[in-house]
Design a protein around this ligand. Structure first.
Ligand code: DGN
Length: 258
C-alpha cells in the first residue's frame, strides 16, 4: 500500500522528494489542494475541513499512512484529524521541532512560516515541551510562498524580501532557524547567505522522512526492496510508483513539479 502525502498545493513536493530519497521503495499518492491554496491565511475550521476531505480521498487510494506535508495544516489540523483516522497520520511540526532542539547550542531558535503557522504557536509549544529552556522567535513570511511559486526563488527580488522579513531574526542571536513552510527550502541558499553559515537551517521535510521511516518500521508496514545495498541508498533512485492529484491547475503543478 502507498503512503499518502498532502499539501495545500505544490509545496509538499519538497517533503515528497525527501521521502522518495530516504524511502526509495515506498509508493506514494500525493494530493495538492491547488484550488484552495494558500492555507496560510485561512481559519482553523476551514483547514480542518479541507484536511478531512483530503484524508477521505487518500483513503480511497488505500494508503497505509498519511503525511501532512503542509506546515499550516500540521499546525492547525493534525491533532484533530489524527484522532479520527484509523491509520497513522503524521505532520511536519514535531520532526522539525525535534531537529531544532537537537541543533541549538545557545537555546535560541527562530521559526519562519505562514501567518497561520506562526499565530498557532505550534512550533514554539512543541519545542518548549521538548526543552522548556529554549527561547523561540517566530516570524511570518507570507510573501515567500508566491515568490517561489512564481519562479523568483533564484531572482534578486527575493533577496530584498528576505532582508525585509529576516533583518530582525539576523540580529536576534538565534543559532538555529526552522524553515517552517513547505516552500522555504527552495529559498534555502539565499536565506543561508543572508543569515550567515553559522545559523543552522532546519528543513522539517528531511526530519519528517526520517521519522516516517522509523514509524513504518515500528509498525512493520515498510516496503523493503530486494537486495538494496545500504551504502548506495543515498544516491539510489526512487523505485516506487507515484500518483499525483490536484484540485485545480494540473498543468502549472506539472511544470513546478518538474
Ligand atoms: N504548504 C503551506 C505550508 O507549509 O504552510 C504553504 C503554502 C500555503 O498554503 N500558504
Amino acid at each position: 500500500a502507498p503512503i499518502g502525502v498532502f499539501d495545500s498545493g505544490v509545496g509538499g513536493l519538497t517533503v515528497t522528494r525527501e521521502i522518495m530519497r530516504q524511502l526509495p521503495d515506498e509508493n506514494m499518492v500525493y494530493f495538492g489542494d491547488t484550488a484552495r491554496v494558500p492555507y496560510g491565511s485561512k481559519s482553523r475550521d476551514n483547514i480542518i475541513r479541507y484536511s478531512r476531505q483530503i484524508i477521505r480521498f487518500l483513503k480511497t487510494r488505500d494508503v497505509k499512512a498519511i503525511v501532512i506535508a503542509c506546515n499550516t495544516a500540521s499546525a492547525l489540523a493534525l491533532d484533530v484529524v489524527k484522532k479520527e483516522t484509523d491509520i497513522p497520520v503524521m505532520g511536519v511540526i514535531v520532526p522539525g521541532a525535534r531537529a531544532a532542539v537537537q541543533a541549538t547550542s545557545n537555546k535560541k531558535v527562530g521559526v519562519i512560516g505562514t501567518e497561520a503557522t506562526i499565530r498557532s504557536k505550534m512550533y514554539s509549544r512543541t519545542i518548549r515541551e521538548m526543552d522548556p529552556d529554549v527561547e523561540v522567535i517566530g516570524k511570518p513570511c507570507p510573501l515567500f510562498v508566491p515568490l517561489v511559486e512564481e519562479g523568483f526563488a533564484k531572482h534578486r527580488i527575493s533577496e530584498e524580501v528576505i532582508d525585509y522579513y529576516l533583518a530582525s531574526m539576523k540580529e536576534s542571536g538565534i543559532d538555529t532557524m526552522i524553515l517552517g513552510c513547505t516552500h522555504y527550502p527552495l529559498l534555502r541558499s539565499k536565506i543561508m547567505k543572508y543569515l550567515g553559515e553559522e545559523i543552522r537551517l532546519v528543513n522539517p521535510a528531511y526530519e519528517t522522512a526520517m521519522e516516517l521511516k522509523v514509524l513504518l518500521k515500528e509498525l512493520g508496514i515498510q516496503n523493503v526492496g530486494k537486495d538494496i545495498d545500504p551504502d548506495k541508498q543515498e544516491e539510489s533512485c526512487a523505485n516506487g510508483s507515484y500518483e499525483f492529484y490536484v484540485s485545480d491547475a494540473a498543468d502549472k503543478f506539472k511544470h513546478f513539479a518538474n
